[in-house]
Structure formats: structure tokens, C-alpha cells
Write a protein that binds this ligand. Sequence first.
Ligand SMILES: [Zn+2]
Ligand SMILES: [Zn+2]
Length: 416
Amino acid sequence: MFKAPRGTADILPEEQAYWRYIEEKAMSICRQCGYGMISTPAFEDAGLFTRSVGEGTDIVNKEMYIFKDRSDNELALRPEGTASVCRSYLEHGMDNLPQPVKLYYFADIFRYERPQAGRYRQHHQFGCEAIGEASPVLDAEVIHMAITFFKSLGLANFSLQLNSIGCKKCRPAYLERLREYYTPLKDQLCGDCRNRLEKNPLRLLDCKKPTCQVAADESPKSSEYLCEECGLHWESLKRYLTALGIEYILNHRLVRGLDYYTKTVFEIQPFEGGSQSALGGGGRYDDLIDMLGGKPTPAIGFATGLERIVLNLKSQSIEVPHNNKPALFIACMGEEAKTAALKIAADLREAGISVVVSAGERSLKAQLRHANAVGAASAVIIGDDEVKSGTVMLRNMETGEQQEVQPDELKKLSAI
Ligand SMILES: [Zn+2]
Ligand SMILES: [Zn+2]
């Protein structure tokens, strides 16, 4: 017997209500904020991600699904959403449109990680990108949008973690300072971090190993090494967030797992679970479009994992609307009754009423059990007598009451 590959999951009909709920809230917020929907391919040229996400990152080194197709093209299943949207922005000349261009997406994301609660090798993200504007007003708006989205889902008990990691002007001095700080502590660090010390010292700050965390707690803070431009941006952002009534926690260890971030980075973390269980996050990536061959174009975005959100909706006992139950179930006995049932169902569906027709040869009792199981409010029963009289028996599934009605009357009855 085949099973779904490790780290993947089927989303069964009874689970789908959560997904539709999240998608509707996401789309409604995006409409309110002037974002247009974009869909990009599930796989891209692998170079797009090695260049944007970064050669030294876990995503590129350990987690990306890379493969060669039959024409020897090196492709990768997308390990994140932003690079594809930026590639599309450039490919379609969106830099000629009024800026910023605001785009949102739902995308399957693929990463070869150790599967755990809310973490899958194929997972789903909702993300937003606002491309072509450097003002911290946009940072505040994107963060506000993310917070509003989680609140609109009914989620509570989360915090906004905030940091600024500077730009290519001020970061080198900070990285030098980080190296100085970490070099005497080298023996305490994990093997990965010892490598990062040379290649990518920023990554030392978000290592999950306990001994590395102790060292990171006392490390120099990037927000204290900002150049004038980054410092002004940082102060303005904090002022806008305060004006919007958004509380934030300054977290100097928040650097995010991708190399392309500049200035603002943020994460929404549930009170329980910490950084491993973030609901979503994002940041500014002012150099990414440039790195992909475009002219320098500032941008900011955020993304959330839908599986993670579903977990939190369940753990916070948030009810989502389930509307996949049919209004009517038609039970039928005998060959002529089956024909009548099909015709009545076709008529009712045309009138916008959801109907399930019983199929196969089963007793009336078994068919009514089925009506209960699918959650139909009413059942229509058609047997030989009903076929002869041209009527049907309508049964209230809750009370068991039955009455004889004309098929045409069903349209108004079941609409109630
Ligand atoms: Zn700077
Ligand atoms: Zn480490």
C-alpha cells in the first residue's frame, strides 16, 4: 500500500473548512490594503534561490529539493515565496507600474526538514510583498496588516518580535563586532555555528542549540550599529507602530533564516512555543531585486504558514464555519424511484440547493443512516407509492416528522 511521502499530508474534506476560513480572511485583508493576487510556478531555476536566499543558509545547503529535468535544466521546488514574486516582478516589467506594487499569494513550499508539529516538507504559505518603496510607512503598514490578519482569525496570545539588521553599508562593521565577540567563545559553539562564524555570523544569533543561545543572549545588538539612514528608518517605524497601537518586543536575536533581509525584520510568535513555532514573519529586502538583475528596488513582505495557523486555531478552540453539509438527501427504493430522484436532484441543484442522492441497493433504514452521516437537515424519500402519485415524502432528520409534498415545493422548503 502506498502512503503519502514523509513530511507531507492530505487535507481531508473535514479539515478544509479551516483552510477556506484562513484563505477568505487573507483575501479580504489583501483587498482592503490594495494587494493583487499572483500565482507563480511551484518550481524555478535553482539559481534563483541560491542567489536570493543565500549560499550559506540552511535552506539552500540542506533543505532545497533540487533536481535535473530531462533536458538537464537544474530546477528547484520553491523553498519560499518571495524570490519567485520578485522574479515575476522583473520578468513582467512591473517596475514600470506605479510603485509600490503590492502582491499576495498562496503557495506550496518545499523544504527537506525533519517533520514535526506544524512543520512539513510540503507546506502552504500565504504571503504579501510590497515592492518599490523604501519608506518605513510601508513597514508599519505591512506589520499592521499581518497583526490584523491574525486577529481577524480570532487568534490571541501572540507577540510581535521586532529587530533591525541594518543594510550593506552598516552591516559589515556589525558583523566584524559579532566575530570579535564570538571568537573567544568558539569552543562553546556547535559545529554549524563554528562554520557560521566565518561565513555568515548573523546566523549565530538564531541557532537553536542551548549553548549557542546562551552566547547569543549577551551578543552585540545590530540595532546599536545602524548607519544614519537605517537608524532614522528604525526610529520612524517604532513611532508609527506606537501610533497604530501595536505593541512590539525588541528582539536582537531575530535575524530570520534568509540572507536577503535588510533593516526591518519581524516575527509573530505565539506566547507558548517561542521562535520554533512562529505563526509568520517577514522583513525588508531592499537589495533582492538588484541581486536578481533589476535596478535597485526597495521592498518588504511577510509570509505565514497555513498548517501552523490551523494548529493554533485548533489549540485556541476557534470555531470555523463548516458549510459542506448538503441541505437535502434523497433516499429512493426501486428503479423508477431512482430515475425520479436523479431528476428532482438536478432541478434542485439548478435552484442552488445542495443535494446528495443515495445510490446502490440499500434498505431505507441504511439510506437514512447515510443521510444522518452526511449531516443533511432533511431527507426526501421516494418509493413505488410516491412514483405513482407523483409526490415525495419529506422527512425532518432531526425530529423524524414526515409529510407528503409535491417535488416543486422542495425548492422553497429546503431554502429555509
Ligand atoms: Zn544601514
Ligand atoms: Zn549553534
